[in-house]
Design a protein around this ligand. Sequence first.
Ligand code: NAP
Length: 364
Amino acid sequence: MGFAINGQTQLIGVIGWPIEHSLSPAMHNAALDALGLNWRYVAMPVRPDEVVTAVRGLAALGFRGCNVTVPHKPAVIPALDSVSPEAEALGAVNTLVFTRDGEGAAHIAGHNTDVAGFIGDLRANGFEPEGRRIVVVGAGGAARGVVYGLLRAGAVHIVVLNRTVERARQLVEDLTQNDRKQEARGKIEGADNENPASCIAPPASCIAPPASCIVHPLTDETLVELARGADLLVNTTTVGMWPKVEGCVWPEGAPVPADLTVYDLVYNPPETRLLRLARQSGARAIDGLGMLARQGALALDLWTEQALNVEAVTALMRREAVSLSIVRDPSNPMLRSRSQYQSVAALCDGSAVPASPRRRPRRK
Ligand code: NAP
């Protein structure tokens, strides 16, 4: 049970437009309760033309921080005093940390925990990206963090497939240019290769770093052919998301390679049609709730400045999000397996989330 709000309650939250369907308040408040913190997390609808005013207002009001979601991730940047290297490279911020200096002046720092959320969740599921060949479907905001994280984690070959190929080309160009600036790896190859399979199986000289990163138009044939030579397929499109749950980027009737790992960033429903097909073909299927929970746990770690047990907080937030997804969406196929899940209260009893007694010094 949470604390009653009183004069010592610390505030955090999320800004977006719209925001009312966000799972974050429930996830974070469950974690705050389990950690025994007198903090509350609230969802705040902020109009696109008022983002900078809102962020400065939150800092002035003494909020400890906030998450930033669609469509504000790039738009908050002008309001910030500092930006982390990831957020700068991506041009997207999902976490703000508000602090005060010795004179009491507010400092607003921008971070991006989506990248570490995605890569951390991959690794937690036993997939190490280093040296792997990866197909990324989609080239929107989420794809940027995914491709950036994969390049940083040492993926050897990445193909970005998108319906609008120009958007994919721009994504790769932006990220690999940033990569070069930061002395990282990555180069762009041509987008018009007539034989997609040859892209995923580059000559031996390409297999060693620096990684290659290429783009293709998204078609059924290209996707199936490229996936055949890949280790991991990541869906970053909105296809399959509620309410259009029958949508699927993978073509009807084509078997998913059994040795492929399939990761779907869509988390509502937790089991998308793509993941269902992957499981039915014997492929490994990973849903987007782990990334959602992990980016939340990493943000909480930044705000509370405690040495949180990120794994335990991630697990708790994930369970909360699964429970909510099941309850909120009656058409959700996971309803069939609801008996696998206990009540939210039982799942969030806090026993798995020990707050570390070791406190980090408060940042100036
Ligand atoms: P976005 O910027 O709007 O990008 C949407 C992407 O989907 C674009 O690549 C778009 O292609 C593609 N797309 C949309 N409809 C399509 C269709 N009918 N056929 C083929 N491609 C289609 O969205 P986003 O912010 O990147 O989010 C994408 C998804 O990731 C959402 O479901 C979101 O909830 C999820 N997400 C999950 C997490 C997590 O923590 N698990 C984090 C972030 C995002 P075009 O460029 O051709 O339009």
